[in-house]
Ligand binder design. Structure first.
Ligand SMILES: C[S@@+](CC[C@H](N)C(=O)[O-])C[C@H]1O[C@@H](n2cnc3c(N)ncnc32)[C@H](O)[C@@H]1O
Length: 411
């Protein structure tokens, strides 16, 4: 999940509010993401669902998918739309729940709240809430369904927002969400750029972590109904490029709230599962660095331990062959990790450097040992890992397109 520095949180909220104030008040301007009625159709709303919706509401639509695919809402339900924007989904939900039901439309951007209030004046079962997804202004177990479209990726503390969804839902309550997820972790420079957050790309979470966060919080039957390339509809080459770089795309998901939240220790145990840590290391392209670190620890750790113990008068009997075998095994793993990067970015320079480093390391341990030659092997493999990491941040599909695109559209 996303952890960002305290000072960035407020900047991100401000950037998101600025962006969606623009979408509320001037939807006709060009944005980096699809807006309006055409955007509804592009992300999957059937034409007939949009019939009769006010033009002003549709004009400021900025959703990223069609959450109603989940079919979670029934007549008479109480529904909460979080990040309701100008109210397209809230209005569709108000039709589905009918006069016996109720829809709360919540947003934190005042200009969107103003649009929602104008809409609610004509829709009796629609109530507007100004508030933040991280702290919902509703009592526990008060709604049957939570719906949301393109909002959670914009929230800095997603676990808190998910815990809030759990809190306000009745046991067995349903969730339908359309949102943005990514395949590769976002680099820190992008993550702390508030403008990129507001464009729905870099605030997004890795798909696997996103779904796991809901399961950790106590949601069941979490299912992905559809995934698609939302950003191909963006008019900005820059946004399309950033989206490709991180494998960003839209998903539509559905789930159910379990009767009880898992105890805290179960939630922590799930988060601490070593298999998740291994997958996270792999996804971040850090497997090579971890293997090289282990090789260097085996080498210099053994030297340091032997020296320290000898100061205390203890002689450590170290089998040089065994230590060499461990160092070479971890060195080989580091080279394999770099080789795996070729499939992702299509560049051979990191692999060639890693193979050279591996050869030098092998020479030092199998032919003629010298600390200097061994260190040279480590440095070469370290350089290869660094080159691989940089190349992974710019996959081949992005590099091929070059930097000569149209540039960022203004908003
Ligand atoms: C991408 S827009 C989608 C709006 C709407 N769901 C739609 O489909 O048109 C995201 C909306 O979420 C709101 N939002 C973002 N972060 C929020 C938060 N932390 N709490 C409440 N609303 C938030 C924004 O103000 C914006 O209106």
């Amino acid at each position: 999940m996303v952890a960002i520095l305290g000072f960035s949180r407020e900047r991100i909220f401000d950037a998101v509010k600025d962006m969606y104030t623009g979408v509320a008040n001037a939807p006709e301007l060009p944005y980096h993401f699809p807006v309006g009625r055409d955007a509804c159709l592009a992300v999957g709303y059937p034409q007939e669902v949009l019939e009769g919706l006010p033009a002003a509401t549709l004009a400021s639509f900025a959703g990223v998918g069609y959450p109603f695919r989940a079919g979670a809402i029934k007549e008479g339900d109480t529904v909460l739309d979080i990040g309701a924007g100008s109210g397209t989904d809230a209005l569709i939900a108000s039709r589905l729940v009918g006069p016996r039901g109720k829809v709360y439309a919540l947003d934190m951007t005042l200009a969107m709240v103003a649009r929602l209030r104008a809409l609610a004046a004509t829709v009796p079962n629609l109530e507007v809430l100004e508030g933040n997804a991280e702290s919902l202004p509703l009592p526990d177990a008060s709604v049957d369904v939570v719906t949301s479209n393109g909002m959670l990726n914009l929230v800095p503390d997603k676990r808190r927002a998910i815990a809030e969804i759990f809190r306000v839902l009745k046991p067995g309550g349903r969730v339908q969400i359309a949102d943005i997820v990514i395949r590769r972790p976002v680099t820190l420079d992008c993550k702390t750029d508030p403008k990129l957050w507001a464009e729905c790309v870099v605030g997004a979470t890795i798909d696997e972590d996103y779904l796991a966060a809901f399961r950790d919080a106590g949601f069941e039957d979490v299912s992905v109904l559809r995934e698609f390339d939302y950003f191909s509809h963006s008019r900005s080459e820059h946004t399309r490029e950033v989206a490709r770089r991180f494998g960003a795309r839209a998903i539509e998901i559905a789930m159910r709230r379990a009767p009880h939240a898992p105890p805290l220790w179960v939630q922590w145990a799930r988060r601490a599962d070593p298999r998740r840590a291994v997958r996270a290391v792999q996804r971040r392209g850090l497997a090579g660095a971890a293997a090289l670190g282990a090789a260097m620890l085996a080498c210099y750790g053994t030297v340091a331990a032997t020296a320290l113990l000898s100061l205390a008068g203890i002689t450590l009997a170290v089998k040089g062959g065994a230590v060499s075998a461990v160092i070479l095994a971890f060195g080989a793993l580091a080279v394999i990790a770099v080789a795996a990067g070729v499939r992702k970015h299509g560049r051979y320079a990191p692999l060639a450097t890693a193979l050279a480093g591996g050869a030098v390391l092998s020479y030092a341990h199998l032919v003629n040992f010298s600390f200097a030659v061994e260190a040279l092997g480590f440095v070469a493999i370290g350089t290869a890992i660094w080159l691989d990491h940089r190349a992974r941040e710019t996959p081949v599909s992005v590099r091929k397109r070059g930097a000569g695109g149209e540039g960022a559209a203004t908003s």
